[in-house]
Design a protein around this ligand. Structure first.
Ligand code: HEM
Length: 402
């Protein structure tokens, strides 16, 4: 089959459980022009270079032709994931001041105790059950609670965020089923309700600040500060960017460990290896497979192929992570792999803002699950996958215990 249909095949649900042979085919060429006019790039060094290239825009306004489905995560407004410098840098800088810079102890480190409580309460709820769904019963509710705690949403309001987050996730899944219009409407409604709630909370925090991130953001007047609309949009982005990604890290992670019982056993005996294992999971089964929202603002060359200005570029992070030009034995899961500069959290100016939190959530969740689940076994392999080819992960992960 022609390389011009690679994206169509990668996004086809029947290939979701194992898209890796398609990525291997993709890496035969530096940039594959697709039937829909986009260019698909999957070699490590090309993807990394494009992520760092200032001529490649994240702002969809620079796009000549849309790629169906790819733009649905874009909810308009000034969320910095969809902005270019200098506006991106201003908003990211202000948000980072309250979050703590990557690799530095900051707010994330101070949340360790809270995260440990959340994880252990969720595992308490699994106890005594013979069969559990690691998606619905564990991974799905966890990140929403974490972002609520990070921002300082009052505990009693958290259940509403779980309902809103469900609706938002449904909207970023590019399903073509008959009720997709209804899902989009429900997502817009959820986003509006969440936005109104956040606006109220921000006003409240401006008057009575606490020590949460939202209070910090509301009180920060550097660089002109953030107005209420910017604060609302960027807070909602944290829920969208930090939810399904984290769910997928935990469930792809457990799936990989259950498929590699010797490694699971080793990690159980040596939980101190988990930080390295999480890096390897971010490489081997990354929660974000594709970055579909990039556009060159001038013609650019990718390995000798000219990508014309305005053409959508899709960066296949999951393919880059398995490139034998960069990684030794790329198709093997090696939990203590050295020299593991994967692209699972992106790279360059848009690299994952929540990376320290994502890493900690993954490490704590997986350590607690393997420590406490008695004799876990997969019920179905491969498990059923969500229809989302961008944020790829199981819809259910049924595990027998005991
Ligand atoms: C950006 C992955 C968790 C917030 C990104 C990007 C990737 C990524 C690949 C780059 C997107 C691009 O280049 O356009 C992940 C994964 C996660 C995770 C795999 C979990 C395992 C989180 C969490 C948060 C978060 C928990 C929030 C607390 C963001 C934000 C951006 C981003 C705000 C945009 C950064 C920017 O444009 O400057 N993430 N993410 N992510 N992520 Fe994450």
């Amino acid at each position: 089959m022609s390389r011009a249909q690679l994206l169509e095949r990668i996004t086809d649900q029947s290939n979701r459980a194992n898209p890796y042979p398609l990525y291997e085919e993709l890496r035969e060429t530096p940039a594959a022009l697709q039937d829909n006019g986009s260019y698909l790039v999957g070699r490590y060094y090309d993807v990394a270079a494009l992520l760092h290239d200032p001529r490649i825009s994240s702002d969809l306004h620079n796009r000549r032709a849309g790629m169906p489905g790819a733009d649905r995560a874009d909810n308009g407004g000034p969320a910095f994931i969809r902005l270019d410098p200098p506006e991106h840098d201003r908003l990211r800088r202000l948000t980072t001041r309250q979050f703590g810079p990557p690799h530095m102890p900051g707010r994330v480190d101070s949340m360790r105790g809270e995260l440990a409580d959340l994880v252990s309460t969720l595992v308490d709820n699994l106890e005594g059950k013979d069969r559990i769904d690691l998606v619905d019963d564990f991974a799905y509710p966890f990140p929403v609670s974490v972002i609520c705690r990070l921002l300082g949403v009052p505990r009693e309001e958290e259940p509403r965020f779980h309902v809103w987050a469900d609706a938002l996730v449904a909207s970023i899944e590019p399903t073509r089923d008959s009720d997709s219009d209804a899902k989009m409407k429900a997502a817009q409604q959820a986003q509006m309700e969440m936005g109104m709630f956040m606006a109220g909370l921000i006003e409240e925090r401006r008057k009575n600040p606490g020590d949460d991130m939202l209070s910090g953001l509301a009180a920060d007047h550097h660089d002109g500060g953030l107005d209420t609309l910017e604060l609302v949009t960027n807070s909602i982005m944290l829920f969208i960017a930090g939810h399904e990604t984290t769910v997928n890290l935990i469930t792809n992670g457990m799936l990989t460990l259950l498929r590699n019982p010797d490694e699971l056993d080793r990690l159980k005996r040596h939980p101190e290896l988990m930080p390295l294992a999480v890096e390897e999971l971010l490489r081997f089964e990354p929660p974000v497979h594709l970055v579909p929202q990039r556009t060159p603002i001038v013609d650019v060359e990718v390995g000798g192929v000219t990508v014309p200005k305005g053409s959508p570029i899709v960066l296949a992070l999951a393919s880059a992570n398995r490139d034998p030009e960069r990684f030794t034995a790329p198709d093997r899961f090696v939990p203590d792999r050295a020299d593991n500069q994967h692209l699972g959290l992106g790279s360059g100016i848009h690299s994952c803002f929540g990376a320290p939190l994502a890493r900690l959530e993954g490490q704590m969740a997986l350590n607690e699950l393997i420590r406490r689940l008695p004799n876990p076994r997969l019920v179905e392999d491969p498990p059923p996958y969500r229809p989302n080819p961008v944020l790829r992960g199981p819809r259910h992960l049924m595990v027998d215990c005991g």
